[in-house]
Design a protein around this ligand. Sequence first.
Ligand code: ADP
Ligand code: MG
Length: 260
Amino acid sequence: MTTLELSNVVKDYPVRGRTLRALDGVNLRVLRGDFLCVVGASGSGKSTLLSLVAGLDLPTAGTITLDGEPVTGPGPDRGLVFQSGSLYPWRTVERNVAFGLELLPIDRSERDRRVDWYLAETGLDGFRRSLPRQLSGGQQQRVAIARALACEPEVLLLDEPFGSLDVQTKEDMQVLIRQVWKDTGTTVLMVTHDVEEAVFLGTRVVVLACDPGRVAAEIPVDLPDERDLALKRTPEFHSLRASIEDLVREQHRRTGMWER
Ligand code: ADP
Ligand code: MG
């Protein structure tokens, strides 16, 4: 069942008196329970796409619907996690996770229950009373994920959430988010420039073309449902990764960046 749908989405930005077209007719369907990864070179419009779905900005043309309802602004049905720096520095870990819940019409005991559950799920039980600055980058991203999930959104939106982490931490976080996705059954829309990450996590990978951004290809990830890091060393994984990387590179070349 389709939960999130983008139809002919166009986004223009005014830049120094001219118009920069960041997205040009993007069509996308996210099914309930999908883990859809959108990849593309830097500047291909990944963050623009996510901010439109989040309702932080409006499309110039086209429509975005969530469960059939037009998206007109941000809402608790969409949880958002950025690369870094989105925590409230003066709030403890548990109060960061509780933040969105304080705005929902739920009672205190339900709020406490969810904070406990999502802290445990993201491995943060021992850090409840810590402040964000006392945590590592990976732990801070766990808090951001727990905070977004605690509202039990229809779709979890991730914009390069592990982009600033070292390789080992990043891989730990990939395993974690995949597990959380399985445990909660939530729908995930993630954008990343990292094709390896997209193939490891996704049920489908969408490749964006650049300049202007549009959907160049949609590839189902035909890999086992149970994924651990050893999967990254299999021939099936290598070949899927390589073919998607080729597509990304080809799209990048086509933008004419080399001629300018
Ligand atoms: P990505 O996340 O894939 O790197 P972005 O969505 O950030 O790509 O950007 C897509 C294009 O839109 C780029 O050319 C970028 O410079 C431009 N852009 C993004 N945000 C703005 C903005 N607020 N104002 C003007 N141009 C923007
Ligand atoms: Mg971006």
